[in-house]
Structure formats: structure tokens, C-alpha cells
Design a protein around this ligand. Structure first.
Ligand code: DQA
Length: 144
């Protein structure tokens, strides 16, 4: 079973980007933690990041038939992208939405998620740990 872990804009800067908000963990650290966790769950993982909305959409389309589920941190596109929402609805794969920060405790414009209505669920506020929780959630979901 393979899982796509997909990261959106600015997440390549994790570790140096607003560390007071996002912590000092880099995206490479997140990837290493995910790979370790995936091994214990018997998942293969593909770990991707793009700053481009269309590239993220292409990766979601390509996931169909290739991956059993998606862990998605869409970054700021979460709050703006109907196109990403439509892409997720189109591929009919289980998606767990993840955010490092608690988007509901931040600016009002971060409270709305276009991903949430088409996601299995949303995990936010737990830093990198949220990605691991998302993998657990997909494991439980795919067992049912
Ligand atoms: C984020 C939250 C978003 O509001 C923000 O635009 C990001 C990161 C998070 O992981 O906390 O880029 O998705």
C-alpha cells in the first residue's frame, strides 16, 4: 500500500520560515519521520512538495491508481484553492488534511479550508506529529 504525502507552497522553507509559528523542524526532518512511521504501518510513501498550484493538482490526478490515500498540507492554497478541492473530489482517494499550526487559532482568513469538505478529516496544531497522526488515520480508514 502506497501513500502520497503532498506539501504545498513555502513548506520547502520549513525550519527557517517563521520558526516561532512552524518550529525548527525542516521538511527533510518531516519526511524522515514519515518514512520511519510508514515502515511501522507497512506503507510505502512518496513525499512531494511544490510551490505551484497546477503541479499539486497534477500530482493529485496522478495519485489515482498509484496511491491508496493522500496526506495533504496544501499550505496557503488550503484557504484559496477551489481547483485543489475539485481535484481531490475528482480522484476519490481518501485525503487527510494536515497543518503544522492550529489554523483555527490564527488569522480569520486561515479558518476557512477548501480542503476540509472533501477530506476524510483535518489534523492541525500538532506540528510534524500531525503527519504521523494522518498516517495512522489512513491506516485505520483503509482497514475498514
Ligand atoms: C499551514 C497553515 C497555512 O495557513 C499556511 O499558509 C501554511 C502552512 C500549516 O502547516 O500550518 O503555509 O498549512
Amino acid at each position: 500500500t502506497s501513500i502520497l504525502i503532498l506539501n504545498g507552497p513555502n513548506l520547502n522553507l520549513l525550519g527557517t520560515r517563521q520558526p516561532e509559528v512552524y518550529g525548527k523542524t525542516t521538511l527533510a526532518d518531516v519526511e524522515a519521520l514519515c518514512r520511519e512511521k510508514a515502515k511501522t504501518l507497512g506503507f510505502d510513501v512518496a513525499f512531494e512538495q511544490s510551490n505551484h498550484e497546477g503541479a499539486l493538482i497534477d500530482l493529485i490526478h496522478a495519485a489515482k491508481g498509484k496511491h491508496a490515500g493522500i496526506v495533504l498540507n496544501a499550505g496557503a492554497y488550503t484557504h484559496t484553492s477551489i481547483a485543489l478541492m475539485d481535484a481531490i473530489a475528482s480522484v476519490e482517494l481518501p485525503v487527510v488534511e494536515v497543518h503544522l499550526s492550529n489554523i483555527h487559532a490564527r488569522e480569520e482568513f486561515r479558518h476557512r479550508s477548501y480542503i476540509a469538505p472533501v477530506a476524510l478529516g483535518q489534523i492541525c496544531g500538532f506540528g510534524a506529529q500531525g503527519y504521523l497522526m494522518a498516517l495512522d488515520a489512513l491506516k485505520a480508514h483503509l482497514k475498514d
